[in-house]
Design a protein around this ligand. Sequence first.
Ligand SMILES: Nc1ncnc2c1ncn2[C@@H]1O[C@H](COP(=O)(O)OP(=O)(O)OP(=O)(O)O)[C@@H](O)[C@H]1O
Ligand SMILES: [Mg+2]
Length: 272
Amino acid sequence: MELPDSTFTPRRTDDIVRVLAVTTSLGGRTILDGVDLAIRRGEVFVIMGPSGCGKTTLLRHLCGLLAPSFGSVTVEGHDIHAASPELLHLLRLRTGLSFQGGALLGSMTVLENVELPLRENTELPARVIRETARMKLDMVGLLHAADLLPSSLSGGMKKRAAIARAIALDPEIVYFDEPSAGLDPVTAAEVDNLIQKLNQVFGITMVVVTHDLQSAHAIADRVAVLHEGRVLRCGTRDQIWADPDPRIRAFIERRLPVEEVDGMDILRFLEI
Ligand SMILES: Nc1ncnc2c1ncn2[C@@H]1O[C@H](COP(=O)(O)OP(=O)(O)OP(=O)(O)O)[C@@H](O)[C@H]1O
Ligand SMILES: [Mg+2]
């Protein structure tokens, strides 16, 4: 497909994204405090951590939506927060986003929603845009719903349509924020399968923020666990699942860390 990034030269490295000493202050509070990470080309990289620890904020830094207070994010060898608006635009074209709030436009059909990024960012003829969007819907198993409005889709179908839109421009990397939130376990597993398929068949690097341990275990090649604004641990899925650190054990086993239980008013804990 002829995209306007023919002048863009990715600096090919094994790491598609590098995060160095990223620190974020929002509303006078330090949210991230020196985050270092490297995401490898072609992997499924899962970011986990307690609610409010800064996962969404980190994703916003990774895709160039929010500049950190300190530190750098390098994508395909380019510092995205020091990039010119033109370079940032080209980098964004190579990036797909599937954020929780990133709803489909209700007044357009599913097919038109998937066509939108192609219409806005390419000069392709309408017929080619239509065929490309149909191909993306086919890739997510939703071609039969092309002409429906989003309001008549189930939660899982909406999520798949949003993924089709996220891959419309053939991105190198796709960021997902809580892809299985609000879905029943079977539908969540279908979305997991789709993320894996797009990764394995098309080689798209996937960065997934999730609370869902089952989902993380199913899809992750590597996992980073955030804790109090830092990366507590980053490793392969099996390394993280076997990690003896009590904070990681507590998270994986879905229980309160021992010190929090000890320090808590037991009556409040029991909701008496
Ligand atoms: N624009 C903002 N201004 C002030 N504080 C913010 C802003 N955005 C986020 N925060 C705060 O930063 C912290 C981290 O938020 P973030 O949304 O990144 O957490 P999270 O790990 O994604 O949480 P969750 O798992 O609940 O989605 C929270 O305490 C949040 O209140
Ligand atoms: Mg979040």
